[in-house]
Every structure is written in structure tokens, then in C-alpha cells.
Design a protein around this ligand. Structure first.
Ligand code: ADP
Ligand code: MG
Length: 232
């Protein structure tokens, strides 16, 4: 059935299977759907496979069994150009924003690098940079700062603003606030909600924190003992 969504259909993942070993089953038969403008929350204790599931649905790893459907098409059967488009339209935001920026380069330099990578014409770099700073709620001065001179919250806002340059349809948010002080967690969650309302972005929100998932999600599930249990 065709639908505009990013959908996990009976996904299983086993690591280390070989001739002499059955391997380690991380999860089995996991199905859920992320729709535009909606959030699916994925909870569960640490080590239960949430990040692995996020990487599979983002196309960074193949499942052992099952299928990922991207807007109705099987992800691992997309043609090369379609797959390239997918890689742009489905983004991951990670837990630790300090990993998202090269510590040896000034913020302005990292931003220009991304704009070049996206083949945005030089004449538009200044306006795109400004747009990014407005989304992140940061002053122009940060461009001449190194990542270590910014707070975790500022860096995470900038990381999200940079992801938005790609105009993603879906974002996998892997513990997006877990590395941040409680005081700035809410700020990031509100920013994510605002972005979603404005752009109709679909989110997979991975978090071990039930209150975060409840606040953000339209539907959710718990990944535990290799099974996803949907919750209403
Ligand atoms: P979570 O995000 O819920 O904390 P992860 O997805 O990071 O869980 O990890 C789930 C399990 O998969 C862990 O036991 C981890 O050691 C194992 N794992 C993750 N990646 C690999 C890999 N590339 N090879 C083997 N085992 C892995
Ligand atoms: Mg994880």
C-alpha cells in the first residue's frame, strides 16, 4: 500500500551471525511508521537497540530481515539517484552536539563548508548563513568562535539549523537532549516542535526519557528484549 511515510516493516537485526554462531539478536519483527508532521517516540532502556533501529531506518545499516519503506518504495531497492535523494531527505540528529562540528575549525568555516557541499551558489552563502543563525537563535559573532566556545544548547540548535538546510522530510532524533542540561532540554524540544509545525517534518524521537517522549510524540513504543511494544 502506498503511503507518504517512513515505515519499518517487520525489521530484525542480528549482529555477528556466521557459520559457527547464531549471532546476537538485537531486535525482531519491529514495525512502526513515521508520518509527515508527526512524531513516533521510541523509548527503552540503554543497550536495547534504539540507535541501531534509528540507523537502519535512516538507511545507514541494512536490516537482517524486513523492509524499510520510504514513501511507499523499498529503501534498499531504490535507484542510485533516488537513494541520494533519500540520504538528503532523511537526516539524523545525534545526542552530542560537540561531535557535529569540527573542534579545530571556527563555526563560520564549518557553515561555509556545508554550503559548498550542498552546491549553494557563493552569492547566496551570506543569506543562507543568516537564515541558519536566525533559526538557531544565535548572533553573528558565533561565526568567529570555535565549537568549544559555545554551550551544548547553542551547538545543538546550530546542528539542527544545519540539518534544516537540507530541507529534510524526516529526522531521526537520537537522544537529542540527553547530553544537555535540563534547563536547555525544553528549549531544544520547543525548537523541534516549532520546526515540525512549520515544515511538516516527520520525527523518530529516540529517548530513554519517558517524559520527553510523552511530551513530543503522537504515538510511541518501547523497545525491550528485542521487541517493540506499542503504547497508547
Ligand atoms: P541503545 O541505543 O538502545 O542504547 P544500541 O542500538 O546502541 O542501543 O545497541 C544495542 C546493542 O547492539 C548493544 O548491545 C550493542 O553492543 C550492540 N551493537 C550495536 N552496534 C553493533 C555492531 N556494529 N556490532 C555488534 N554489536 C553492536
Ligand atoms: Mg543509543
Amino acid at each position: 500500500m502506498f503511503s507518504i511515510s517512513l515505515r519499518a516493516d517487520r525489521l530484525s537485526k542480528t549482529y555477528g551471525a556466521g557459520l559457527l554462531s547464531a549471532g546476537k539478536c538485537i531486535f525482531q519483527n519491529v514495525s512502526f511508521e513515521i508520518r509527515p508532521g508527526k512524531t513516533f517516540g521510541l523509548m527503552g532502556p540503554s543497550g536495547e537497540g534504539k540507535s541501531t533501529l534509528g540507523r537502519v531506518i535512516a538507511g545507514l545499516e541494512k536490516p537482517t530481515a524486513g523492509t524499510v519503506y520510504y514513501n511507499g518504495s523499498r529503501l534498499f531497492e531504490l535507484k542510485k539517484t533516488e537513494h541520494t535523494a533519500f540520504r538528503r531527505r532523511v537526516q539524523i540528529m545525534f545526542q552530542d552536539p560537540t561531535d557535529a562540528f569540527n573542534p579545530a575549525k571556527k563555526i563560520g568555516h564549518s557553515v561555509s563548508e556545508v554550503l559548498e557541499l550542498l552546491r549553494i551558489p557563493k552569492v547566496k552563502h551570506a543569506s543562507k548563513t543568516e537564515e541558519m543563525l536566525i533559526i538557531a537563535g544565535l548572533p553573528e559573532e558565533v561565526l568567529s568562535h570555535y565549537p568549544s566556545q559555545l554551550s551544548g544548547g547553542q551547538l545543538q540548535r546550530l546542528a539542527l539549523a544545519r540539518i534544516l538546510l537540507l530541507d529534510p522530510e524526516y529526522i531521526i532524533l537520537d537522544e537529542p537532549t540527553s547530553a544537555l542540561d535540563v534547563s536547555v532540554q525544553a528549549q531544544i524540544l520547543h525548537m523541534l516542535k516549532k520546526v515540525q509545525a512549520e515544515r511538516d517534518t516527520g520525527y523518530l524521537l529516540i529517548s530513554h526519557d519517558e517524559s520527553v517522549v510523552r511530551f513530543m510524540s503522537d504515538s510511541c513504543g518501547v523497545l525491550e528484549n528485542g521487541q517493540l511494544k506499542l503504547i497508547d
